[in-house]
Design a protein around this ligand. Sequence first.
Ligand code: ZN
Length: 283
Amino acid sequence: MVAPTFDGEPVRPGDSMKIPMMKRYRLFGLAVLLTLVLAIAPPVLARLRPNHVVFQTSTIGALLEGVYDGVTSFEDLKRNGNFGLGTVNDLDGEMIALDGTYYQVKSNGVASVINNAMKTPFAVVTFFQPEQSARLTNIASFAALQRSLDQVVTTKNIPVAIRLTGTFASIKVRSVPRQTPPYPRLADAVKHQAVFELHNVQGTLVGFRMPLYMQGVNVPGYHFHLLTADRRTGGHLLDCRIQLASVALDYTPELRMLLPDTASFRQTNLGEGTPTEINRVEK
Ligand code: ZN
């Protein structure tokens, strides 16, 4: 049997480590190239998919005042996160982003996939990178869920993205109907919200816990949107009874905001949204 060869030369016993000079240069070049790629790739990828950064477009205060013109396309939003919540142009329902797919749940309760050309007036997203996990059992209400999560989070001063997947004995969600200009304030728009109650359903709550000091910028405390496991429905969480859930948390100490440079955003008085009103509309 002929031994393996380099460049056609038979390899004799004891020659196995001898690599011709040209091959050595090539291997050296390859090693240098590989080292460079390994050194450069992580920072480049980190810039493309920044970790632990929460991105939001517009403010909850502006949404409260009826600034519903979509300014950021979902194509742009996807560059800033694969996980999050918000709404769609003209306040047309609730938005949920999970594992990179963006869904819209209109006021008829039906979930559909959002296309890249659509726009959002308010959204909060991140590239979800769980750092902590927990299990929850027998949660009697949304209030009880918030108390349980308060025991799990390690700080209330840094925004945290929360993914809760589980079985819900019951869950109450809402969606808002599409509005037409001149837009009403959010408090008036939600008077026509559709409320759905689902029983024995599996699904995922996508959301955030925002520090209370973010009042006016985002929803202080917990804000969740549901997407059912069959991805057919969901909405903004109002109440729930949880049998069993697994929770994953991603702390996001970096906050990026893109404010709409539009006439309506520039001219709206954003000093007046009261904490009470955000509570009434979102909680
Ligand atoms: Zn919501």
